[in-house]
Design a binder for this molecule. Sequence first.
Ligand code: PRP
Length: 181
Amino acid sequence: MKVPDAVDGVVLDEETIAARVRELAARISADYVADDDLVLVGVLKGAFIFLADLTRRLTVHHHVDFIALSSYNRGTVTTGEVRLIMDTRASVTGRHVLIVEDIVDTGSTLDYLLRTFRARNPASLRSCILLSKPTRRQVEVPVDYLGFEIPDVWVVGYGLDYADRFRTLPYIGALKREVHE
Ligand code: PRP
């Protein structure tokens, strides 16, 4: 597949991502084998491709739900404020909740999600995150299942965007600095 001009190179190729998603799905399936009410909550929009691949690899019965958030950005810099713009369709009270996200950057979004869902008294609450940029962290957040740690580069593809573009690239690529600076 042709790499767009705005993309510097491939950070994680399709095979590498697929292999890691299989590993994560196997671990999650083993950990939840005794729990009969697991719900994966995908965070729109970024998580939709990761969630679609992960959920089809799980061997335990589970449900899928979605939540949509909006973070207040100043240009390309996040302010850390998060707003709920679409809630899950079903209640999560008493259920095993696994939050599925594409990336943890400053940690503000995951921190907001964990606080929000904890207040709803789930049977358990964990997070499954494809990518983490540890050097960017401003809020310490627990990640129970992590795909990859990556350096502080702007990544696009496999659900991740720049100005809502490049989400459907099948790999994860680095955006050229001059595009976002
Ligand atoms: C991205 C990503 C996470 C959040 C992580 O969402 O999907 O939700 O940023 O950043 P943080 O750790 O600094 O809070 P974005 O606001 O780009 O929305 P999107 O998922 O719709 O692309």
